[in-house]
Ligand binder design. Structure first.
Ligand code: ADP
Ligand code: ZN
Length: 731
């Protein structure tokens, strides 16, 4: 028997296990943990990720065909993290890693190239060369240690000859390194304004300091009202971790929506020793690949990114910050349905890091863990400089005539605010002109042919659009049912609100922030800049306007329809409404002038609204958990949602019935609810049926899910199954 090297490989395919391959002699050395490989799989070739190398007998093993990367994309210590994540979410390990790696690398390795460049370094040789230009160049390199050729080219005319001479004389050495395409090199860094921490910030920081010093896994919930200075706490916690030689990962819900936050990090750290990489969807494949490689090489100290940055191959992780930890966007909605906050906790545990969850409205589950002592609880109760939280007034819309969506109270408040020269924000969680159009003669409405929802009317583009599948149609002139000509838009979206407000308040400078107005690159930033420069009096927008912005000039916030989120068919609708209202209210009065908030609603007594109005998180939590406990919903129970879908409705229904039956028989301690049609029973032409698994603890669910691969075999072709562990969106 001959000892050979054997590779453990996760193939990027729906295979639940890792596979073993022989490493042929000519690939030894290049086949390192963390690279992509090409391996034979059945009769085809597939991409796989090298997870481990061991010695053993390779008899009967197929050989690795090709090594696709020159350098690893992740390091060995991350393999257990990927493995645990795959197990927890019942997702094939190869698909987990494919999802973790930057886009552009999922395929066969072409597409992204490594750029290299020459770097010159000074040797210890003392003395001076004779030529003046040689002396100038040497002086610069000696001062900076290492200087890339590109920089020398900018500073000196035709530096090649003198450089060549300096290398020959052994004053300099040259080396080739990877060049990073850094989109931030072009944007200037704003000035940092260091502040003296408040007493509360100081208290919180000293507890974080203790956690960092211990160097153990330490989850902390930082509950701080809007404007209490959480970001300042993050910045200092990270500075402290860096001083201890450990790096930082910062997760934000949607990076495109938080350029101000990224700006503050850059302002604080870029001048110093720390290097920052920002991972976001606006990067090209090449840029993202460069950032990823720089992180994996250990050249980066702070990574800021959205959800998927939780997989960034940052070595020596000391602290993970999850800003706005309650945000639903941390959960991936399709494919590998992970929750970045939960994976951050897992990663923190595996790497003995401090994990700081920050929010003004912690997720009910996170606060529950803090109450139970599994997470330490840190609180910032007041805004900095004793700025008051805004006063919130509920406006009962039952008093407003039907069909009108702006109360006299809110309209008057907007008018007054405009006269005072102050800025207002208006939240309406619905884009487009009107959520539907209706024939006022026969009542016919217009639905998406692929999905079970009404088509939204967009006036500017003059079309009807499905907000799920993007199906578009032109609005009919005549009703197809009764041939009547009275087809009218019903209800209100941001587009209509902006237009009608402009008529109501002529002279007001209006703008709108929603997905339609921010799809162009830079458009979102432009709106933020205009707000900051006070070139906009009233900004109308969807929940986008509620996120993290710091507009000191905003003194009035109006919520046009608080019932929209409240009436969602989801057990988290109250939680979401409470946090959205708290977030948007928190945009008011952040500057020198105090703020006011008006919430229009048909249910002014609802506890989610009442508690948001009184800024009372605890009161909300205490009410909310009553019904959660009764129904066994999180945090008192654990859920897994199984969604079956396919073009043939009957086939889907039959497969769901059979699967539910199999699950019933297998799992005595688990409630198997359904099958039942999903709230969105048809989506993109597919019929959707769900089975909800519910249990008071995780273990029974895990035991049941182990059986799933077996049960799945009965599902016929043409029916897909998606497993959603800890589902957030159950539409
Ligand atoms: P949060 O993230 O909790 O909403 P921020 O960190 O954005 O709050 O802080 C709100 C504002 O207060 C920011 O403009 C910030 O610069 C300022 N700030 C934070 N901490 C202090 C402090 N200790 N002293 C003065 N201003 C502060
Ligand atoms: Zn549709």
């Amino acid at each position: 028997m001959t000892e050979s090297l054997i590779a453990t490989v996760a193939v990027a395919a729906p295979i639940d296990k890792t596979l073993s391959y022989a490493i042929p002699a000519e690939l030894i050395g290049r086949a390192r943990v963390g690279v992509r490989l090409k391996v034979p799989l059945g009769r085809r070739q597939a991409v796989g990720y090298l997870l481990a190398i061991c010695e053993g007998d390779d008899a009967g093993l197929k050989p690795v065909a090709e090594v696709l990367d020159e350098a690893p994309l992740f390091f060995a210590e991350m393999v257990p993290f990927f493995t645990r994540a795959a197990e927890y979410y019942c997702h094939p390990i190869g698909e987990v890693i494919r999802c973790a790696l930057p886009a552009g690398l999922s395929g066969r390795g072409e597409g992204v190239s490594i750029l290299r460049e020459k770097v010159f370094s000074a040797t210890t040789l003392s003395g001076e060369p004779s030529g003046t230009r040689q002396q100038q160049i040497l002086a610069l390199v000696r001062e900076q240690g290492h200087v890339p050729l590109s920089v020398l080219r900018e500073r000196f005319d035709a530096p090649h000859a003198p450089l060549k001479r300096l290398v020959e004389l052994a004053f300099l050495t040259e080396a080739e390194v990877e060049r990073v395409r850094d989109p931030f090199l072009a944007t200037p860094v704003s000035a940092d304004t260091p502040v003296e921490p408040t007493a509360e910030q100081q208290e919180v920081l000293s507890r974080i300091e203790t956690a960092l010093a211990a160097g153990e896994f330490s989850p902390l919930l930082l509950h701080g009202v809007t404007g209490s200075g959480k970001t300042e706490v993050y910045l200092r916690a990270i500075a402290s971790s860096l001083k201890k030689g450990r790096r930082a990962l910062v997760l934000v819900p949607e990076i495109a929506l938080t350029p101000q936050l990224v700006g503050r990090f850059r302002a604080r750290f870029v001048d110093g020793a720390a290097s920052i990489a920002v991972l976001h969807s606006g990067l090209s494949d090449g840029e993202r690949y460069d950032a990823w490689r720089a992180i994996a090489r250990g050249d980066v100290h702070i990574v800021i990114g959205a959800r998927s940055a939780v997989f960034a191959p940052l070595p020596k992780l000391g602290v993970i910050v999850i800003d706005e930890e309650h945000e639903a966007s941390y959960k991936q909605g399709e494919g590998f349905r992970y929750h970045a906050r939960d994976l951050a906790l897992l990663r923190g545990q595996m790497e003995a890091a401090t994990v700081l969850l920050g929010s003004a409205t912690p997720a009910v589950t996170s606060f529950h863990r803090a109450l139970g002592g599994q997470t330490a609880y840190l609180e910032l109760t007041g805004r900095v400089q004793d700025r008051p939280l805004p006063e919130v007034e509920m406006v009962d819309m039952t008093a407003t005539p039907y069909g009108e969506y702006l109360s006299e109270t809110l309209a008057e408040a907007l008018r007054q605010n405009l006269e005072r020269g102050e800025q207002s924000l208006l939240l309406l969680n619905r884009r487009g002109f009107a959520p539907y159009i209706l024939c006022s003669d026969c009542g016919t409405s217009f639905r998406c042919p692929n999905c079970e929802i009404t088509l939204t009317y967009h006036q500017q583009q003059r079309h009807l659009r499905c907000h799920y599948c993007d199906y578009t149609d032109t609005p009919p002139e005549l009703c197809p049912q009764c041939r009547g000509g009275n087809i009218l838009p019903e209800g209100v979206g941001t587009e209509r609100l902006e237009i009608e407000l402009a008529e109501l308040l002529p002279g007001a400078r209006m703008a709108r922030m929603d997905r339609d107005t921010t799809s162009r690159k830079g458009a979102h930033q432009q709106l933020i800049d205009q707000m900051t420069r006070h070139e906009i009096d009233i900004l109308v927008g969807t929940q986008m306007i509620a996120k993290g912005h710091d507009f000191p000039g905003v003194t009035l916030v109006g919520v046009v329809n608080a019932d929209a989120t409240l009436n969602f068919p989801d057990f988290r609708s109250a939680e979401r409404t409470f946090s959205l209202l708290t977030q948007v209210a928190g945009r008011a009065g952040r500057g020198l002038l105090p703020g006011r908030v008006f919430i229009q609603t048909y249910s002014p007594e609802h506890y989610a609204l009442v508690c948001a109005a009184s800024h009372d998180y605890r009161q909300f939590f205490d009410q909310e958990v009553i019904f959660r406990e009764e129904l066994g919903y999180p945090p008192f129970g654990f859920l897994v949602n199984l969604v079956l879908s396919g073009n043939d409705g009957k086939k889907v229904a039959a497969a769901a019935e059979a699967l539910a039956e199999g699950l019933e028989q297998a799992g005595a301690e688990v409630d198997v609810l359904g099958p039942a049609p999903c709230p969105l029973a048809r989506l993109r032409g597919k019929t959707r049926v769900q089975i909800l698994l519910k249990a008071p603890a995780r273990m029974p669910l895990r035991r049941l899910l182990v059986r799933l691969p077996q049960l799945k075999k009965q599902i016929p072709a043409g029916v897909g199954l998606a497993v959603d562990v800890d589902p957030v969106d159950m539409l």
